[in-house]
Design a protein around this ligand. Structure first.
Ligand code: SF4
Length: 732
């Protein structure tokens, strides 16, 4: 019961990328409610159902609030932090002493990416141990985009984004921002931003196999799953063939256009129509309109990243903007600029690598030290030097999110140590030796770290914690630091960070211990908008957050004309002909010739795609009564013709079969997908410590996907989640 002495606090949401402003009402240390912040300069009183419903996650009686240790009978028992940390540290140290960093790994889940302190300190911990097994959700999301940027710009973290407030033509591939609220572009009111484009006479064209919520609100071009690379090459074909390319921009900004010109020449729209399902004349007109628009920008997200040629698709999206003269100009595709230049420092220091090392299994190149999650199971089960023996999972549920879940579940049993830091007992950490209680985003302070650099209106907001941690929850960074201490080590006592050891010890003697917050404030002050430690009046510093709790707009528009500064290649020009892309174009051509032009497998003639839902956030918000109201059920979208073929009515169940597995799932019959396409929402099929989520049924779509190394995308190790060959059967 409220005590009548409730207070409010200004903060922001850290569930997804817009980081909408929120007002938290707190009573006697408990969260009473969350509501949108009307004074937030970007979100302006908007927040989605997930942000508001987070109150139920915060207060969920099924949250893990104390350290849990696995018992002999396979259950969990509560133990003290001291017992848990001592045992974990001792076991980790033993494994590390025996096999070094090659035996220790980490899986960083999506929510961790919103916590600068968890991401930084877990990264330092793994670096100190010399871990070569670092995995994230990136190979199910965005790693192909990072690789495309590395190849184009020499900077993996440089992800250009659409200048929404100024563009006349937005072409989107595989993105549904009316549901996702925008990814790799930060625009909290993105629905309004898109409407504003059309209101000022511009166009928003959505290329997607499904008539998504965004496609319904704008122009839709239906494309067959996993055919974006061919569609983009055909668009480029028209641009070059009809002389619509901006030769001056190409000359000024890039090198190597001949590779693209030659490749595109082989794919006139008539050649690719059978594969893409897009009429050749539609492609021609789209290319002409895009090239003729005063300003235009091409943008792709997960749908574009998760096919068999995801890196090539991300690469070609930027190429399309560039060759039509729309890169690095107002209203076009513009470059990101971080407020806290951590990634920039990483780029300058050479830490943002691609292919600096290769994985033991599958020989995949690292992407900033990260490897594909699809190989994690095989890294655990493959004997020999470098076998992954100890895995820490931070806010992740790879059993529901990486390919071939059953294989991963079996592999987890072979680990010597599995530790998880999380809010819940989920489908992954129910197999763990320890589950440690992590803080929620309301229980920690935060600085804008990832996600804010791609902002059409540069913006800064930081926040204090608005709640003390419930129960015994602890910030992840403190846990990593304490583990290191109990292992008899320090983050900088050896390994690649050793050169920092002396200065840090000197600072510590003066009472200035290195903490994530001290590091971020220092970088903020030194950054492009910082106060340069007093040298720049009005610049950002550690007190800015207090003075501007709702955040502050730093510039009306993103900077343009900065290409030569951001491109980190020797001549500071965009490279259009890297060997990796030349090889990938050759593979694309081989595939095109080999499979007869439509890409279909007669035994599995349908193509599976993913589907994001407004009241789901991947796999971790299905225990909120508000979000599950309805009751909500997982439902595959199937075209009426395909449903009729298997004789299943709306609401009935079908069996979806791939070469790698089979699932049974309820269907919604709808023409929002075309014939031959089935869309299945991900993140379902719960069997953890969350009763409402478990009771909501559904199934794990990743039982259909493959973790065979030959089935992962070759340049970034992306999981093939879009365009999985399947067939539908009636359930027996
Ligand atoms: S759109 Fe994302 S950031 Fe905004 S309230 Fe919803 S979940 Fe939070």
């Amino acid at each position: 019961m409220p005590t009548g002495s409730s207070t409010t606090a200004v903060t922001y949401c850290r569930i997804c990328e817009p980081l909408c402003g929120l007002i938290a009402t707190v009573d006697d240390g408990r969260l009473v409610s969350l509501r949108p912040d009307p004074e937030h300069p970007l979100s302006k009183g908007n927040a989605c159902p997930k942000g508001i419903a987070f109150t139920e996650i915060q207060n969920d009686p099924e949250r893990v609030l104390h350290p849990l240790r696995r018992t002999a009978d396979g259950d969990f028992e509560q133990v003290s932090w001291d017992v848990a940390l001592s045992d974990i540290a001792a076991r980790l140290k033993k494994i590390w002493d025996e096999d070094g960093g090659a035996a220790v790994g980490h899986y960083l889940g999506n929510p961790s990416a919103f916590s600068y302190s968890a991401a930084l300190w877990s990264g330092m911990f793994l670096k100190r141990l010399g871990s070569v097994h670092q995995y994230t959700t990136g190979s199910q999301d965005i790693n192909s985009r990072f690789v495309a940027s590395k190849l184009l710009y020499g900077a993996a973290t440089q992800v250009p984004f659409p200048d929404l407030p100024r563009t006349d033509f937005l072409l989107m591939l595989g993105a549904n921002p009316l549901v996702s609220h925008g990814s790799a572009v930060r625009a909290p009111r993105i629905k309004h931003e898109l409407s504003a484009i059309t209101a000022r006479g511009g166009r928003v064209v959505v290329i997607d196999p499904r008539r998504t919520e965004t496609a319904r609100a704008h122009e839709h071009v239906r494309v067959r799953p996993d055919s974006d690379a061919w569609l983009l090459l055909s668009l480029l074909h028209v641009v070059f063939a009809e002389g619509l390319d901006d030769r001056a921009a190409i000359e000024r900004q890039s090198t190597g256009v001949d590779l693209i010109r030659r490749a595109a020449a082989a794919y006139p729209p008539e050649e690719t129509a059978a594969r893409t399902g897009v009429d050749a004349e539609v492609v021609r007109q789209l290319a002409r309109d895009f090239a003729a628009a005063p300003t235009a920008t091409a943008y792709g997200r997960t749908g574009a990243c998760l096919g068999r040629h995801g890196t090539l698709v991300s690469f070609l999206i930027d190429v399309f903007s560039l060759v039509t003269g729309n890169l690095d100009k107002p209203g076009g595709t513009v470059f990101s600029q971080a407020v806290i230049p951590l990634e920039d420092i990483g780029e300058r220091s050479g830490a943002m690598t691609y292919g600096a090392t290769r994985s033991r299994v599958g020989d995949f190149p690292d992407i900033m030290g990260i490897f594909p999650s699809g190989i994690m199971a095989e890294e655990i089960t493959t004997p020999g030097a470098g076998r992954l023996r100890a895995l820490i999972v931070t806010a992740g549920n790879p059993v529901l999110t990486v390919p071939d879940s059953d294989r991963l579940v079996a592999a987890l049993q072979e680990l010597d140590l599995l530790v998880s830091l999380d809010l819940y007992v989920n489908e992954t950490n129910k197999h763990a030796d320890y589950v440690l209680p992590a803080v929620t985003f309301l229980e920690r302070e935060d600085f804008p770290f990832a996600f804010t650099a791609a902002s059409p209106r540069p913006f800064f907001q930081a926040t204090e914690a608005v709640l003390k941690p419930y129960g015994e929850a602890r910030p992840e960074w403190e846990v990593f630091e304490e583990l290191m201490h109990r292992m008899g080590m320090a983050m900088t006592s050896g390994g690649p960070l050793a050169r920092l050891n002396r200065p840090l010890l000197a600072l510590e003697r003066r009472g200035l211990r290195l903490t994530p917050r001290r590091l971020m404030v220092t970088l903020l002050r030194a950054g492009p908008f910082g106060d340069r430690f007093g040298l720049r009046r009005g610049g950002l510093n550690g007190k800015t957050a207090t003075k501007h709790p709702h955040g502050m707009v730093l510039a009306e528009h993103a900077r343009t004309g900065i290409l030569s500064d951001v491109v980190r290649l020797p001549d500071h020009k965009v490279r259009l002909d890297p060997d990796e892309i030349a090889d990938e174009l050759a593979r694309l051509g081989d595939r095109h010739r080999a499979d007869g032009g439509d890409g279909l497998d007669p035994a599995y003639p349908m193509l599976l795609i993913g589907l994001r839902e407004i009241r789901s956030q991947n796999s971790w918000m299905h225990n909120s009564p508000t979000l599950m109201k309805g009751p909500r059920r997982q439902s595959a979208r199937v075209h009426p013709d395909d449903a009729a073929e298997v004789g299943v009515a709306d609401g009935g169940a079908v069996r979806i079969v791939s070469r790698h597995g089979a699932i049974e799932v309820a269907i919604t019959i709808t023409d929002e997908v075309g014939p031959g396409t089935v869309a299945v929402p991900h993140g379902w099929g719960h069997h953890g410590g969350w009763r409402l989520a478990n009771a909501s049924g559904g199934t794990n779509v990743n039982r259909l996907t493959s973790s065979d190394t030959a089935d992962l995308e070759i340049l970034a190790g992306m999981t093939l989640l879009n365009g999985v060959a399947v067939r539908l059967e009636a359930c027996s």
